[in-house]
Design a protein around this ligand. Sequence first.
Ligand code: CP
Length: 344
Amino acid sequence: MTRHLLSSADLSRTEVLDILATAESMHDLQRREVKKVPTLRGRTVINFFFEDSTRTRSSFEIAGKWMSADTINLSAKGSSTSKGESLRDTAMTIDAMAVDALVIRHNASGACHQVAQWVRCSVINAGDGTHEHPTQALLDAYTLRSRLGDLDGKHVVIVGDLTHSRVFRSNVITLKTLGARVTVVAPPTLMPSGIAGWSATDGFATSWDLDAVLDGEDPVDAVMMLRVQRERMSGGYFPTAREYTVGYGLTRDRLDRLVARNPDVLILHPGPMNRGLEIAAEAADSARSVVLDQVSAGVAVRMAVLYHLLAGNDDAPREPAELETSTTGASAPSAPTQPEGVAR
Ligand code: CP
């Protein structure tokens, strides 16, 4: 694996599968009473979020802490960014403190790629503008595989505000890497420009007609609803919220039709959800919803990414089991280690 995780395209199929296999060990750890292992003892991870986040920021923080890394959270407000410091100066300042990884969320597409050119530490893209969100795609793949098994040939439909969605961009890459068939659905105003060429190159289908896709000949294994990102919208992309829901929302009626055709269909949403707009409460809370599974997988997958970048990234990749007895440096995520000073 490369030093950074900036794009889902950075990861080969083998690397994705390696990370997901490691995440399974991490998920086992997550279910234990005492969750801490010494895997990243002595490593420092800075979570720098220039944009708001609940899931990604807290799961990266938990992931680092459970692996005994020193984890520090920074946000634009409260850092010297608010005094006008440039992204380059901020990144180089943090890097000069000899940190090991910088997890960055930024509202500018490409910001993480820029930072990676200025620093020595590993950079992890935690969502950059409308560009990519590679760890979200990994946790989505983890969630899908935990229910559907191998994704080769599985049909995943991604619906909603594609224009502003980094989740969609990373997911089409990772799902293709894992052999899934993807159809993306959006109103014409929320279809990214140039998508015709992109979909032809990357082999995914596009549609403006959600009902035609859901009721079509190709059975749907999973539907991923995307958030309508009103904070990124400067104009009128759809006439009213009601009309958006009628055309593109996962309503109770659409859920019932999906389940009637495939009782095992999965409903995903990266969150945060606009209930009643892109997804009805009945769908978000239904037995087919795996929204909270996605959140849970987020911790395990981010532990796995930190592990592969900071502890498992050498010329001869080691199995976690080979590392599990060391307590002085990098050690195994799978070890049922009783951390020092923590009583059961
Ligand atoms: N899915 C996601 O990125 O959520 P947050 O914005 O809460 O991190």
